[in-house]
Structure formats: structure tokens, C-alpha cells
Design a protein around this ligand. Structure first.
Ligand SMILES: Nc1nc2c(ncn2[C@@H]2O[C@H](COP(=O)(O)OP(=O)(O)OP(=O)(O)O)[C@@H](O)[C@H]2O)c(=O)[nH]1
Ligand SMILES: [Mg+2]
Length: 262
């Protein structure tokens, strides 16, 4: 959590950038960090820490509701993509963009601690993208998303993908105002991930098992992974796919189409 993992350090600056344009810096990512910093005593008092965590999450939830209302008014369907680093979020986005951008207006928010790498990859597809660099932060929050949305040409009746910072822990606690949270695990990570990081699976509605092209080479039991995930959250819907070979992509793309139409 923020106050214990250190991701909300007071000197942390969040950068919001569009490839090829000037960058904005927003202090701390959230106003609440500033506010709480006034009387920060560096105490390890448990109650104070719990209160701080509750305040941070409460403020985030209010801002997420504001995002949700804004997106709903524009009929924008927003997806928050969460996973550990390297499970294939950006690759899946690149491939989904190729298959969907002719029929649906798309825009992307990229979250990473540093670099414009993912935003540059998305910009190469021609779809509008904003990069949020969280600095020491290990998750996006609703306030960062408000700033990022302001930089996007967000069209009515469109689809917004938010690629969260690669991390299976902290992003689970931060509602961004999305319609659906999609957790991705790749077969190189081990099939026990749902049991070890249950909060992410509990707070998601969709689970994608990616890199199935590598199944012959790794020790990953798809049925076991699904069974573990269902133990945590029996509402989860699954897609098994390979973003690089295209296997299983049709089902995922058809699901996206159906969500935008609704
Ligand atoms: N074999 C295989 N490799 C994949 C697949 N999807 C992604 N990769 C590879 O996995 C690596 C990481 O992919 P990314 O798309 O950058 O992963 P990410 O989740 O966006 O990573 P972060 O943004 O750093 O968290 C790259 O080398 C991809 O080519 C897949 O379906 N199969
Ligand atoms: Mg990425």
C-alpha cells in the first residue's frame, strides 16, 4: 500500500506526456499526498498509517467516480489493464489496435514508472496516446487519469484503454473509474499467481492468459491457473490467447466489440 511501499513519497513527481509534445508535471500524482504531507511526522504509528491509507483510498474513490461520470456521459468504455511487468499488455494493445481501429475510435493511457517506450509503441500505430510516468509510484490513480484524459482527444462512443504500471499488487486498490478491469497473466509467470496475488484477481472482471504459444516450453497448467483464479473470484471471465501469434485473439476482439456496442 502507498504509505508502506513508498510509492507516494512526497518528493515524487508524476509526468504526463504526449509523444512529441511538451510535458506536464503534476506533483505527487495526487493532491491528497500534498495535503497529508503538511504534518507528516515520519512516525510508524499503526493507527496513523491505517488512517492515511483510508484517506488516500477514499479520495481516490471520489475522483474515480468523477472519471466514471465523465466517461459515461461521453459513452466511453474504459478498460484498466493490470498485470505484472512484461506479461504482454502493450503487445496485446498493439495487436488489438490493428484489429479494431478501423471500426472503433480508440485512445490509450500508458502507465510506467519511467520512459516513453510504451507510448512510442502505441503512437506508431497512429492511435492517440498519453504516457503517465509515475516516478517512484507503482500504480496509476484516478487523479493521474483525470490529467491524462485532458491531454487526449477523447471521442464520444469510443474505447479507452488504460495500461497500468506493471505490478500485481498496488494497482488492485486504485479504482480509476474504469468499466472493466482486465488482469493479464502470461504462461511464463507460473500458474499459482491468482493464489499469491488474490486482490488483483478479486478486483478484476476479466482474466487473460497470454503467451499460450509458449505452453509447450513452460510448466504452466492453464486449467489449474483458472481454477485458482475462480477460487478467488468466481465471476471472472477468461480469454486464452497469444498476442504474438494471434491465437485466441478473435474471442477477445469480439468481446471488446460487444462492450462498446452495449
Ligand atoms: N511468445 C510471446 N511473447 C509475447 C507475447 N505477448 C508479449 N510477448 C513478449 O513479451 C515481452 C513483454 O511484452 P510487453 O507487451 O512489453 O509487456 P508489458 O506487459 O506491456 O510490459 P510492461 O509495460 O513493462 O509491464 C515482449 O518481448 C513481447 O514481445 C505472446 O503472446 N507470446
Ligand atoms: Mg507495457
Amino acid at each position: 500500500m502507498c504509505s508502506t511501499c513508498g510509492c507516494g513519497q512526497p518528493d515524487n513527481a508524476v509526468k504526463i506526456s504526449v509523444p512529441g509534445e511538451n510535458n506536464d508535471v503534476i506533483k505527487n500524482g495526487s493532491e491528497h499526498h500534498d495535503h497529508h504531507n503538511h504534518d507528516h511526522q515520519h512516525t510508524h504509528d499503526h493507527h496513523q498509517q491505517v488512517n492515511l491509507e483510508m484517506d488516500i483510498l477514499h479520495e481516490n474513490n471520489l475522483l474515480a467516480q468523477r472519471n466514471r461520470g465523465y466517461l459515461e456521459a461521453k459513452n466511453v468504455f474504459a478498460i484498466n489493464m493490470v498485470s505484472s511487468p512484461g506479461s504482454g499488455k502493450t503487445t496485446l494493445l498493439e495487436e488489438s489496435i490493428k484489429l479494431l481501429s478501423d471500426e472503433i475510435e480508440l485512445s490509450i493511457i500508458e502507465g510506467d514508472q519511467q520512459s516513453m517506450n510504451d507510448a512510442d509503441r502505441i503512437a506508431a500505430t497512429g492511435v492517440p496516446v498519453v504516457q503517465v510516468n509515475t516516478g517512484q509510484g507503482c500504480h496509476l490513480d484516478a487523479h493521474m487519469v483525470i490529467h491524462a484524459i485532458k491531454k487526449l482527444p477523447l471521442k464520444n462512443d469510443s474505447l479507452l484503454f488504460i495500461e497500468n504500471v506493471g505490478n500485481l499488487v498496488c494497482p488492485s486498490m486504485f479504482d480509476l473509474g474504469e468499466n472493466k478491469r482486465v488482469v493479464i497473466i502470461s504462461v511464463t509467470e507460473g500458474d499459482d499467481k491468482p493464489l499469491k496475488y488474490p486482490y488483483m484477481f478479486d478486483s478484476s472482471q476479466i482474466c487473460i492468459i497470454n503467451k499460450i504459444d509458449l505452453l509447450p516450453y513452460v510448466n504452466f497448467n492453464v486449467e489449474k491457473a483458472k481454477e485458482y483464479a475462480i477460487r478467488i473470484n468466481h465471476h471472472l471471465e477468461f480469454f486464452e490467447l497469444s498476442a504474438t501469434t494471434g491465437e485466441g485473439m478473435d474471442e477477445w476482439i469480439n468481446w471488446l466489440r460487444s462492450q462498446v456496442k452495449d
